[in-house]
Design a protein around this ligand. Sequence first.
Ligand code: NIG
Ligand code: FE
Length: 425
Amino acid sequence: MLLAFDYICYAMKLLIKNIKSLVQVREININKVCGKDMAVLPCLENAWLAIDNGLIADFGKMEDFPGITDWKDLEVIDASGKIVMPCYADSHTHIVYAGNRESEFVDRINGLSYEEIAKRGGGILNSVKKLRDTSEDELFDQSFVRFNEIILQGTGSVEIKSGYGLNLESEIKILRVIKRLKDLNIIPVKATFLGAHAIPAEFKDNKKGYIDLIINEMLPAIAKEKLADYIDVFCEKNYFSAEETKQILEAGLKHGLTPKVHAEQLSHSNGIKTAVECKAISVDHLEFCNDDDIVLLKNSNTMPTILPGAAFFLNLQLPPARKMIDAGLPVAFASDYNPGSSPSGNMNFMMSLGCIDYKLNPEEVINASTINSAYAMDLSKEVGSITIGKKANIFITKPIASYGYIPYAFGSSLIETVIINGVIF
Ligand code: NIG
Ligand code: FE
Protein backbone atom coordinates (compact mmCIF):
# COMPACT_ATOMS: atom_id res chain seq x y z
CA MET A 1 0.00 0.00 0.00
CA LEU A 2 1.12 3.51 -0.76
CA LEU A 3 2.22 5.23 2.43
CA ALA A 4 1.57 8.91 2.95
CA PHE A 5 5.16 9.57 3.86
CA ASP A 6 6.30 7.96 0.61
CA TYR A 7 5.57 11.03 -1.41
CA ILE A 8 8.71 12.41 -2.93
CA CYS A 9 10.11 15.29 -0.94
CA TYR A 10 11.35 18.03 -3.23
CA ALA A 11 12.82 21.33 -2.17
CA MET A 12 11.00 23.47 0.39
CA LYS A 13 10.95 26.14 -2.30
CA LEU A 14 9.26 25.38 -5.54
CA LEU A 15 8.77 27.51 -8.62
CA ILE A 16 6.28 26.58 -11.30
CA LYS A 17 6.96 28.54 -14.46
CA ASN A 18 5.48 28.96 -17.95
CA ILE A 19 2.00 28.06 -16.65
CA LYS A 20 -0.40 28.26 -19.58
CA SER A 21 -3.17 29.40 -17.25
CA LEU A 22 -3.14 29.87 -13.47
CA VAL A 23 -6.76 29.40 -12.48
CA GLN A 24 -8.85 30.76 -9.60
CA VAL A 25 -6.47 33.59 -8.73
CA ARG A 26 -7.86 35.74 -5.93
CA GLU A 27 -5.39 38.46 -4.98
CA ILE A 28 -7.65 39.51 -2.15
CA ASN A 29 -9.14 36.49 -0.47
CA ILE A 30 -12.88 35.96 -0.64
CA ASN A 31 -14.70 33.33 1.38
CA LYS A 32 -17.32 32.37 -1.22
CA VAL A 33 -18.85 33.49 -4.53
CA CYS A 34 -22.58 33.97 -5.06
CA GLY A 35 -25.03 34.29 -7.96
CA LYS A 36 -23.66 35.97 -11.12
CA ASP A 37 -20.15 36.09 -9.64
CA MET A 38 -20.02 32.31 -9.87
CA ALA A 39 -19.57 32.72 -13.64
CA VAL A 40 -16.39 34.72 -13.05
CA LEU A 41 -13.16 32.75 -12.71
CA PRO A 42 -10.08 34.98 -12.54
CA CYS A 43 -7.02 33.52 -14.30
CA LEU A 44 -3.47 34.63 -15.13
CA GLU A 45 -2.21 33.52 -18.53
CA ASN A 46 1.47 32.62 -19.04
CA ALA A 47 2.16 32.75 -15.32
CA TRP A 48 4.54 31.65 -12.58
CA LEU A 49 3.77 30.48 -9.06
CA ALA A 50 6.23 30.38 -6.17
CA ILE A 51 5.75 28.10 -3.18
CA ASP A 52 7.68 28.41 0.07
CA ASN A 53 7.36 26.34 3.21
CA GLY A 54 4.15 24.69 2.04
CA LEU A 55 2.38 27.98 1.27
CA ILE A 56 1.71 30.03 -1.84
CA ALA A 57 4.45 32.69 -1.66
CA ASP A 58 3.82 34.72 -4.81
CA PHE A 59 2.67 34.56 -8.42
CA GLY A 60 2.58 36.72 -11.51
CA LYS A 61 2.90 36.82 -15.26
CA MET A 62 6.07 35.43 -16.87
CA GLU A 63 6.80 38.79 -18.47
CA ASP A 64 6.97 40.34 -14.99
CA PHE A 65 9.00 37.53 -13.42
CA PRO A 66 11.29 39.15 -10.84
CA GLY A 67 13.98 36.45 -10.80
CA ILE A 68 14.41 34.91 -7.39
CA THR A 69 18.04 33.96 -7.74
CA ASP A 70 18.72 34.12 -4.03
CA TRP A 71 16.52 31.08 -3.36
CA LYS A 72 18.59 28.10 -2.27
CA ASP A 73 17.56 24.53 -3.18
CA LEU A 74 14.98 25.88 -5.57
CA GLU A 75 13.05 23.23 -7.48
CA VAL A 76 11.64 24.39 -10.81
CA ILE A 77 8.76 22.79 -12.69
CA ASP A 78 8.08 23.83 -16.27
CA ALA A 79 4.31 23.82 -16.82
CA SER A 80 4.33 24.81 -20.50
CA GLY A 81 0.94 24.06 -22.05
CA LYS A 82 -0.50 23.07 -18.68
CA ILE A 83 -3.10 24.50 -16.32
CA VAL A 84 -2.48 25.05 -12.59
CA MET A 85 -5.44 25.13 -10.23
CA PRO A 86 -6.07 25.03 -6.48
CA CYS A 87 -6.99 21.50 -5.39
CA TYR A 88 -10.66 20.69 -4.90
CA ALA A 89 -12.24 21.07 -1.49
CA ASP A 90 -14.53 18.07 -0.97
CA SER A 91 -16.86 19.20 1.82
CA HIS A 92 -19.04 16.07 2.08
CA THR A 93 -17.72 12.49 2.16
CA HIS A 94 -18.21 9.24 4.04
CA ILE A 95 -14.85 7.67 3.07
CA VAL A 96 -14.40 5.81 6.37
CA TYR A 97 -16.46 2.68 5.65
CA ALA A 98 -15.87 -1.07 5.54
CA GLY A 99 -16.21 -3.29 2.50
CA ASN A 100 -18.52 -2.20 -0.29
CA ARG A 101 -22.14 -2.48 -1.47
CA GLU A 102 -21.52 -3.72 -4.98
CA SER A 103 -24.21 -6.42 -4.58
CA GLU A 104 -26.83 -3.70 -3.95
CA PHE A 105 -25.62 -1.99 -7.12
CA VAL A 106 -26.60 -5.14 -8.98
CA ASP A 107 -29.95 -5.28 -7.09
CA ARG A 108 -30.63 -1.74 -8.29
CA ILE A 109 -29.74 -2.65 -11.88
CA ASN A 110 -32.31 -5.44 -11.53
CA GLY A 111 -35.03 -3.01 -10.52
CA LEU A 112 -34.96 -2.43 -6.76
CA SER A 113 -34.92 1.18 -5.55
CA TYR A 114 -32.54 2.62 -2.92
CA GLU A 115 -35.53 2.86 -0.52
CA GLU A 116 -36.59 -0.76 -1.19
CA ILE A 117 -33.06 -2.00 -0.52
CA ALA A 118 -32.98 -0.03 2.75
CA LYS A 119 -36.37 -1.47 3.83
CA ARG A 120 -34.94 -5.01 3.44
CA GLY A 121 -32.19 -4.15 5.93
CA GLY A 122 -29.66 -3.29 3.23
CA GLY A 123 -28.40 0.22 2.52
CA ILE A 124 -26.81 2.11 5.38
CA LEU A 125 -27.56 -0.75 7.82
CA ASN A 126 -25.66 -3.16 5.56
CA SER A 127 -22.57 -0.92 5.88
CA VAL A 128 -23.18 -0.72 9.64
CA LYS A 129 -23.00 -4.53 9.97
CA LYS A 130 -19.75 -4.62 8.01
CA LEU A 131 -18.18 -1.75 9.93
CA ARG A 132 -19.02 -3.14 13.37
CA ASP A 133 -17.18 -6.35 12.40
CA THR A 134 -14.06 -4.47 11.25
CA SER A 135 -11.23 -3.49 13.60
CA GLU A 136 -10.08 0.11 13.86
CA ASP A 137 -6.75 -0.70 12.20
CA GLU A 138 -8.38 -2.53 9.31
CA LEU A 139 -10.87 0.32 8.90
CA PHE A 140 -7.98 2.79 8.83
CA ASP A 141 -6.18 0.77 6.13
CA GLN A 142 -9.28 0.56 3.91
CA SER A 143 -10.04 4.28 4.37
CA PHE A 144 -6.44 5.32 3.80
CA VAL A 145 -6.55 3.79 0.32
CA ARG A 146 -9.56 6.03 -0.50
CA PHE A 147 -7.85 9.02 1.15
CA ASN A 148 -4.84 8.63 -1.16
CA GLU A 149 -7.11 7.96 -4.14
CA ILE A 150 -8.98 11.27 -3.79
CA ILE A 151 -5.79 13.28 -3.30
CA LEU A 152 -4.39 11.84 -6.52
CA GLN A 153 -7.66 12.89 -8.21
CA GLY A 154 -7.05 16.48 -7.12
CA THR A 155 -8.73 16.81 -3.72
CA GLY A 156 -6.68 18.94 -1.33
CA SER A 157 -9.04 19.20 1.68
CA VAL A 158 -11.86 16.97 2.82
CA GLU A 159 -14.71 16.58 5.28
CA ILE A 160 -15.38 13.03 6.48
CA LYS A 161 -18.47 11.81 8.35
CA SER A 162 -19.14 8.99 10.77
CA GLY A 163 -22.56 7.33 10.52
CA TYR A 164 -21.86 3.66 9.76
CA GLY A 165 -21.37 2.71 13.42
CA LEU A 166 -24.66 3.78 15.01
CA ASN A 167 -23.58 2.74 18.50
CA LEU A 168 -21.17 4.44 20.87
CA GLU A 169 -18.25 2.09 20.29
CA SER A 170 -18.42 2.03 16.50
CA GLU A 171 -19.14 5.74 16.00
CA ILE A 172 -16.06 6.45 18.15
CA LYS A 173 -14.10 3.92 16.08
CA ILE A 174 -14.91 5.81 12.86
CA LEU A 175 -14.15 9.21 14.38
CA ARG A 176 -10.80 7.92 15.69
CA VAL A 177 -9.93 6.75 12.18
CA ILE A 178 -10.86 10.21 10.85
CA LYS A 179 -8.62 11.73 13.54
CA ARG A 180 -5.76 9.48 12.46
CA LEU A 181 -6.20 10.71 8.87
CA LYS A 182 -6.32 14.31 10.14
CA ASP A 183 -3.21 13.83 12.29
CA LEU A 184 -1.19 12.71 9.26
CA ASN A 185 -1.24 16.45 8.40
CA ILE A 186 -1.31 15.75 4.69
CA ILE A 187 -4.45 17.66 3.73
CA PRO A 188 -6.88 19.54 6.02
CA VAL A 189 -9.53 17.11 7.29
CA LYS A 190 -12.78 18.09 9.03
CA ALA A 191 -14.68 15.49 11.05
CA THR A 192 -18.45 15.25 11.26
CA PHE A 193 -20.45 13.19 13.74
CA LEU A 194 -23.38 11.63 11.85
CA GLY A 195 -24.82 9.31 14.51
CA ALA A 196 -28.24 10.31 13.14
CA HIS A 197 -27.62 8.67 9.75
CA ALA A 198 -30.20 5.89 10.25
CA ILE A 199 -31.94 4.05 13.08
CA PRO A 200 -29.91 0.93 13.94
CA ALA A 201 -31.70 -2.46 13.93
CA GLU A 202 -31.60 -2.78 17.74
CA PHE A 203 -33.64 0.47 18.03
CA LYS A 204 -36.03 -0.35 15.16
CA ASP A 205 -39.09 0.19 17.33
CA ASN A 206 -37.54 2.77 19.63
CA LYS A 207 -36.30 5.76 17.66
CA LYS A 208 -36.64 7.99 20.72
CA GLY A 209 -34.33 5.63 22.62
CA TYR A 210 -31.73 5.96 19.85
CA ILE A 211 -31.97 9.76 19.80
CA ASP A 212 -31.50 9.75 23.60
CA LEU A 213 -28.39 7.60 23.13
CA ILE A 214 -27.00 10.07 20.57
CA ILE A 215 -27.67 13.06 22.81
CA ASN A 216 -26.86 11.64 26.23
CA GLU A 217 -24.03 9.21 25.53
CA MET A 218 -22.46 9.60 22.11
CA LEU A 219 -22.23 13.40 22.00
CA PRO A 220 -20.59 13.85 25.44
CA ALA A 221 -18.05 11.07 24.70
CA ILE A 222 -17.21 12.52 21.27
CA ALA A 223 -16.91 16.06 22.65
CA LYS A 224 -14.69 14.84 25.51
CA GLU A 225 -12.23 13.27 23.04
CA LYS A 226 -12.59 16.29 20.70
CA LEU A 227 -13.34 13.93 17.83
CA ALA A 228 -15.70 16.10 15.74
CA ASP A 229 -15.98 19.59 14.25
CA TYR A 230 -19.53 19.22 12.92
CA ILE A 231 -22.78 17.42 13.65
CA ASP A 232 -24.97 16.15 10.81
CA VAL A 233 -28.42 14.51 10.54
CA PHE A 234 -30.09 12.66 7.66
CA CYS A 235 -33.38 14.62 7.68
CA GLU A 236 -35.64 12.35 5.61
CA LYS A 237 -38.83 10.27 5.69
CA ASN A 238 -38.10 6.95 7.51
CA TYR A 239 -34.94 8.50 9.01
CA PHE A 240 -35.13 11.70 11.13
CA SER A 241 -37.94 14.28 11.01
CA ALA A 242 -37.32 18.04 10.96
CA GLU A 243 -38.20 18.21 14.68
CA GLU A 244 -35.81 15.37 15.55
CA THR A 245 -33.14 16.92 13.36
CA LYS A 246 -33.47 20.20 15.26
CA GLN A 247 -33.28 18.43 18.62
CA ILE A 248 -30.08 16.61 17.64
CA LEU A 249 -28.41 19.65 16.04
CA GLU A 250 -29.16 21.77 19.11
CA ALA A 251 -27.64 19.11 21.34
CA GLY A 252 -24.55 19.13 19.13
CA LEU A 253 -24.34 22.93 19.28
CA LYS A 254 -24.22 22.70 23.08
CA HIS A 255 -21.05 20.62 22.67
CA GLY A 256 -19.54 23.15 20.26
CA LEU A 257 -20.34 21.23 17.06
CA THR A 258 -21.54 23.31 14.09
CA PRO A 259 -24.50 21.82 12.18
CA LYS A 260 -24.52 20.40 8.65
CA VAL A 261 -27.62 18.66 7.28
CA HIS A 262 -28.48 15.97 4.70
CA ALA A 263 -31.69 17.53 3.40
CA GLU A 264 -34.45 17.11 0.80
CA GLN A 265 -32.69 14.20 -0.94
CA LEU A 266 -35.51 11.68 -1.45
CA SER A 267 -38.49 13.83 -0.42
CA HIS A 268 -39.24 17.31 0.91
CA SER A 269 -38.77 17.04 4.67
CA ASN A 270 -38.12 20.64 5.78
CA GLY A 271 -34.42 19.92 6.24
CA ILE A 272 -33.37 23.21 4.63
CA LYS A 273 -35.66 25.20 6.96
CA THR A 274 -34.24 23.36 9.97
CA ALA A 275 -30.65 23.80 8.79
CA VAL A 276 -31.13 27.55 8.28
CA GLU A 277 -32.83 27.90 11.68
CA CYS A 278 -29.90 26.10 13.33
CA LYS A 279 -27.38 28.24 11.39
CA ALA A 280 -25.88 25.22 9.66
CA ILE A 281 -22.65 25.87 7.76
CA SER A 282 -23.99 23.81 4.85
CA VAL A 283 -27.11 21.97 3.75
CA ASP A 284 -26.45 19.14 1.35
CA HIS A 285 -28.22 17.11 -1.41
CA LEU A 286 -31.28 19.40 -2.12
CA GLU A 287 -33.01 17.37 -4.86
CA PHE A 288 -36.42 18.45 -3.48
CA CYS A 289 -35.44 22.07 -2.69
CA ASN A 290 -38.39 24.35 -3.59
CA ASP A 291 -38.83 28.11 -4.19
CA ASP A 292 -39.57 28.81 -0.51
CA ASP A 293 -36.33 27.05 0.44
CA ILE A 294 -34.41 29.26 -1.99
CA VAL A 295 -35.80 32.33 -0.20
CA LEU A 296 -34.81 30.86 3.19
CA LEU A 297 -31.28 30.18 1.91
CA LYS A 298 -31.00 33.72 0.55
CA ASN A 299 -31.43 35.06 4.07
CA SER A 300 -28.80 32.79 5.59
CA ASN A 301 -25.08 32.05 5.64
CA THR A 302 -25.72 28.35 4.98
CA MET A 303 -23.95 27.00 1.88
CA PRO A 304 -26.30 25.02 -0.42
CA THR A 305 -24.23 22.00 -1.43
CA ILE A 306 -25.03 19.76 -4.35
CA LEU A 307 -23.74 16.19 -4.49
CA PRO A 308 -23.91 15.39 -8.22
CA GLY A 309 -22.52 11.86 -7.76
CA ALA A 310 -25.40 10.74 -5.52
CA ALA A 311 -28.14 12.17 -7.76
CA PHE A 312 -26.42 10.51 -10.75
CA PHE A 313 -25.83 7.13 -9.14
CA LEU A 314 -29.39 6.90 -7.73
CA ASN A 315 -31.04 8.46 -10.81
CA LEU A 316 -32.71 11.10 -8.66
CA GLN A 317 -34.44 14.24 -9.85
CA LEU A 318 -31.84 17.01 -9.96
CA PRO A 319 -31.46 19.82 -7.43
CA PRO A 320 -32.37 23.22 -8.96
CA ALA A 321 -28.77 24.45 -9.20
CA ARG A 322 -29.40 26.90 -12.05
CA LYS A 323 -32.38 28.42 -10.26
CA MET A 324 -30.35 28.82 -7.06
CA ILE A 325 -27.52 30.63 -8.80
CA ASP A 326 -29.93 32.81 -10.78
CA ALA A 327 -31.56 33.74 -7.47
CA GLY A 328 -28.17 35.02 -6.28
CA LEU A 329 -27.23 32.05 -4.09
CA PRO A 330 -23.80 30.46 -3.85
CA VAL A 331 -23.62 26.75 -4.67
CA ALA A 332 -20.94 24.28 -3.58
CA PHE A 333 -20.18 20.83 -4.99
CA ALA A 334 -18.94 17.80 -3.06
CA SER A 335 -18.58 14.13 -3.94
CA ASP A 336 -20.53 12.41 -1.11
CA TYR A 337 -18.05 9.52 -1.62
CA ASN A 338 -19.77 6.59 0.14
CA PRO A 339 -20.50 2.91 -0.59
CA GLY A 340 -24.26 3.26 -1.20
CA SER A 341 -25.11 6.37 -3.17
CA SER A 342 -21.84 7.70 -4.61
CA PRO A 343 -18.96 5.22 -4.73
CA SER A 344 -16.63 7.83 -6.23
CA GLY A 345 -14.76 10.79 -4.82
CA ASN A 346 -13.65 12.07 -8.20
CA MET A 347 -14.35 15.81 -8.19
CA ASN A 348 -13.36 16.09 -11.87
CA PHE A 349 -16.35 13.89 -12.68
CA MET A 350 -18.62 15.84 -10.29
CA MET A 351 -17.76 18.95 -12.33
CA SER A 352 -18.59 17.15 -15.59
CA LEU A 353 -21.99 16.23 -14.13
CA GLY A 354 -22.43 19.86 -13.08
CA CYS A 355 -21.92 21.07 -16.63
CA ILE A 356 -23.74 18.28 -18.46
CA ASP A 357 -26.72 17.61 -16.17
CA TYR A 358 -27.14 20.92 -14.33
CA LYS A 359 -26.20 23.25 -17.20
CA LEU A 360 -23.64 25.13 -15.14
CA ASN A 361 -20.68 26.52 -17.02
CA PRO A 362 -17.07 25.48 -16.30
CA GLU A 363 -16.43 28.67 -14.30
CA GLU A 364 -19.41 27.94 -12.06
CA VAL A 365 -18.48 24.31 -11.38
CA ILE A 366 -14.86 25.25 -10.60
CA ASN A 367 -16.01 27.92 -8.13
CA ALA A 368 -18.46 25.39 -6.64
CA SER A 369 -15.72 22.79 -6.17
CA THR A 370 -12.99 25.05 -4.77
CA ILE A 371 -13.78 28.27 -2.90
CA ASN A 372 -17.46 27.53 -2.16
CA SER A 373 -16.87 23.97 -0.99
CA ALA A 374 -13.97 25.26 1.15
CA TYR A 375 -16.49 27.66 2.75
CA ALA A 376 -18.80 24.68 3.44
CA MET A 377 -16.18 23.31 5.84
CA ASP A 378 -14.87 26.63 7.12
CA LEU A 379 -11.59 26.35 5.23
CA SER A 380 -11.81 29.25 2.79
CA LYS A 381 -9.08 31.12 4.67
CA GLU A 382 -6.68 28.21 4.06
CA VAL A 383 -7.54 26.65 0.70
CA GLY A 384 -9.79 27.00 -2.35
CA SER A 385 -7.98 29.69 -4.35
CA ILE A 386 -4.56 30.85 -5.54
CA THR A 387 -3.95 33.49 -2.87
CA ILE A 388 -0.69 34.41 -1.15
CA GLY A 389 -0.47 32.71 2.25
CA LYS A 390 -2.88 29.89 1.44
CA LYS A 391 -1.76 26.28 1.50
CA ALA A 392 0.10 25.20 -1.62
CA ASN A 393 -2.40 22.41 -2.33
CA ILE A 394 -2.61 22.66 -6.09
CA PHE A 395 -2.52 20.50 -9.18
CA ILE A 396 -0.92 20.72 -12.59
CA THR A 397 -2.83 19.24 -15.53
CA LYS A 398 -1.49 17.43 -18.55
CA PRO A 399 -1.16 19.76 -21.56
CA ILE A 400 -4.76 20.87 -22.29
CA ALA A 401 -6.36 23.71 -24.21
CA SER A 402 -8.20 25.35 -21.31
CA TYR A 403 -9.67 24.69 -17.84
CA GLY A 404 -12.96 23.87 -19.56
CA TYR A 405 -11.33 20.63 -20.74
CA ILE A 406 -11.49 19.20 -17.22
CA PRO A 407 -15.31 18.94 -17.10
CA TYR A 408 -15.55 18.53 -20.90
CA ALA A 409 -13.39 15.42 -21.18
CA PHE A 410 -15.49 13.51 -18.64
CA GLY A 411 -13.89 10.36 -17.27
CA SER A 412 -10.38 11.29 -18.48
CA SER A 413 -7.72 11.82 -15.88
CA LEU A 414 -6.17 15.08 -16.91
CA ILE A 415 -4.26 15.74 -13.69
CA GLU A 416 -0.55 15.13 -14.07
CA THR A 417 0.94 16.34 -10.77
CA VAL A 418 -0.66 16.97 -7.38
CA ILE A 419 1.23 19.20 -4.98
CA ILE A 420 0.29 19.08 -1.31
CA ASN A 421 1.88 21.47 1.20
CA GLY A 422 4.32 22.44 -1.53
CA VAL A 423 5.46 18.84 -2.04
CA ILE A 424 4.75 16.58 -5.02
CA PHE A 425 2.35 13.89 -3.83
O1 NIG B 1 -25.26 11.11 1.57
N1 NIG B 1 -28.27 10.20 2.28
C1 NIG B 1 -27.76 9.61 3.18
N2 NIG B 1 -26.53 9.18 3.30
C2 NIG B 1 -25.62 8.93 2.26
C3 NIG B 1 -25.79 7.57 1.67
C4 NIG B 1 -25.34 6.57 2.59
C5 NIG B 1 -25.37 5.17 2.09
O2 NIG B 1 -26.22 4.77 1.28
O3 NIG B 1 -24.52 4.44 2.57
C6 NIG B 1 -25.69 10.02 1.24
O4 NIG B 1 -26.16 9.82 0.11
FE1 FE C 1 -23.86 12.01 2.49
